[in-house]
Design a protein around this ligand. Structure first.
Ligand SMILES: NC(=O)C1=CN([C@@H]2O[C@H](COP(=O)(O)OP(=O)(O)OC[C@H]3O[C@@H](n4cnc5c(N)ncnc54)[C@H](O)[C@@H]3O)[C@@H](O)[C@H]2O)C=CC1
Ligand SMILES: O=C(O)CCC(=O)C(=O)O
Length: 437
């Protein structure tokens, strides 16, 4: 633990600029590219691609929020519902300054695929609001969260479209959104939203579900490749809900977490970082690097020596511009859309396995589904039961995607699309919406 030390001139996280890298490519175009490949591999008609390339519904809203200074600020928000052939749509809500309509559309498409791969009775959706939550007060965030629910209330609901947390949203925001929805509908509907606090009908294990799912995936990779996790060197980009818990579990298992990062920078130490100490210093937005000297950039972190690179923050961080310089053996995508299609091809050629986001980070929506089932039953499960069932689903989905990759001689990303699309297309075909052939 040599390379990082506490800064003597700590600049507060709030005082620093927050946005970091911007996705180099349009995520919706990325989604369409691999979708087309997968549709062709399955031998489906052009109709299937035309139907699935865009969300079935897309709502753009303007949310007026009374700020603490008395002035009204208008925030732009989105909700995309990609496909509801398999059941109600499902997906998180992101609060981030870089949110775009195309990003939300792609994220909704990826949710459909995730639900397809894991066999959940849902289609995909996603929401987003363009905002900088770290510069807003709790009261302003509450008014924004409630305003968003009022704006999209006609479109969402426990049997229509069920939101959840994503970047910069958490269980408190889910609680405000639930409360607003209950006021509008005039009845208690815990199944309207997942990722809630436990006392409001949340599920044991939801907060840690995405990171646990990534961990189970990594364990599958380590078994597959005959490389024990213990002693492995891992870099985790992003130190929030997903990255923070993941770094902790890895550290507990004897993995050397050699690099972590947040929106402001990264720290790297080839000897391994003291993860519990870093977690104890982290603020509620997953920021810790502001307290240290020798901070490197997120771009530089990605190129450091390690066995496994786990992007767990924003999209579009591994592109054709840096894929050649990665020094890892595997990339496990915990974030949504961190690697572009062309970068995956470059990594394939170099023998670097990329475990796709729609498989690796599906733990979040899997346990959200468990939460929704518990809400519908009014009967709550133990954490052990949740984690056992999560592990089963991740294992089965991983093996399925891996078999498909072998069967068609394709990489795991395309195989995951093939598996995801199969379910949505079949359901859409049976409903008479499209002809598959
Ligand atoms: N929370 C969940 O259940 C799920 C999250 N995901 C994905 O995982 C990723 C992370 O989500 P959460 O951990 O929930 O978010 P979070 O808001 O809890 O944490 C985000 C982390 O990323 C850092 N960050 C923000 N901008 C960054 C940048 N430009 N470069 C590097 N780091 C940056 C933040 O400082 C923070 O440490 C997102 O891509 C999200 O869509 C995927 C599935 C489920
Ligand atoms: O928990 C959920 O329903 C969705 C989580 C999510 O937004 C995601 O998997 O990207």
């Amino acid at each position: 633990m040599r390379c990082y030390k506490l800064s003597t001139n700590v600049q507060t996280a709030e005082a620093k600029k927050t946005t970091g890298q911007h996705p180099k490519d349009n995520p919706q175009e990325e989604f369409k590219l691999i979708l087309k490949e997968a549709v062709d591999i399955l031998g489906y008609s052009e109709e299937v691609y035309d139907f699935l390339k865009e969300p079935m519904r897309f709502l753009e809203v303007n949310i007026p929020v009374k700020m603490d200074n008395g002035q009204t600020q208008v925030f732009k928000g989105y909700r995309a519902q990609h496909n509801d052939a398999n059941g109600p749509t499902k997906g998180g809500i992101r609060f981030h300054p870089d949110v775009t309509a195309d990003e939300v559309k792609a994220l909704a498409g990826w949710m459909s695929l995730k639900c397809g791969i894991t066999g959940l009775p849902y289609g995909g959706a996603k929401g987003g609001i363009i905002c900088e939550p770290r510069s807003m007060s709790m009261n302003e965030l509450e008014r924004l969260s409630r305003g968003y629910v009022r704006a999209v209330s006609q479109l969402v609901g426990p049997t229509k479209d069920i939101p959840a947390p994503d970047m910069y949203t958490n269980s408190q925001i889910m609680a405000w959104m639930l409360d607003e929805y209950d006021h509008i509908r005039e009845f208690d509907s815990p199944g309207f939203i997942t990722g809630k606090p436990l006392v409001l009908g949340g599920s044991e294990g939801r907060e840690t579900a995405t990171s646990k799912g990534v961990l189970y995936t990594l364990q599958m990779v380590s078994e597959l490749k005959g490389m024990p996790l213990e002693g492995m060197k891992v870099i985790v980009q992003g130190f929030g809900n997903v990255g923070g818990y993941l770094a902790y579990y890895l550290h507990e298992l004897g993995v050397k977490v050699v690099g972590i990062s947040d929106a402001l920078g990264a720290i790297y130490d080839p000897e391994g970082l003291n993860i519990p100490d870093l977690l104890s210093r982290r603020d509620s937005y997953g920021i810790v690097t502001a307290q240290f000297e020798n901070v490197i950039t997120n771009e530089a972190l990605i190129e450091q020596e390690c066995d496994v690179l786990i992007p767990a923050a924003v999209g579009g961080v591994i592109t054709t511009e840096n894929a050649d310089r990665l020094k890892c053996k595997f990339v496990v995508e915990a974030a949504n859309g961190p690697t572009t299609r062309d970068a995956i091809q470059m990594l394939d050629e170099r023998g670097v396995l990329v475990v796709p986001d729609i498989l690796a980070n599906s733990g979040g929506v899997i346990v959200s589904y468990f939460e929704w089932c518990q809400n519908n039953q009014g009967y709550y499960w133990t954490k052990e039961l949740v984690e056992e069932r999560l592990k089963e689903k991740i294992h089965a989905s991983f093996l399925n995607v891996q078999n498909t990759a072998e069967q068609f001689g394709i990489n795991m990303k395309t195989a995951a699309y093939v598996e995801g699309i199969r379910k949505i297309a079949e359901a859409s075909g049976l409903r008479g919406w499209i002809n598959l052939n």
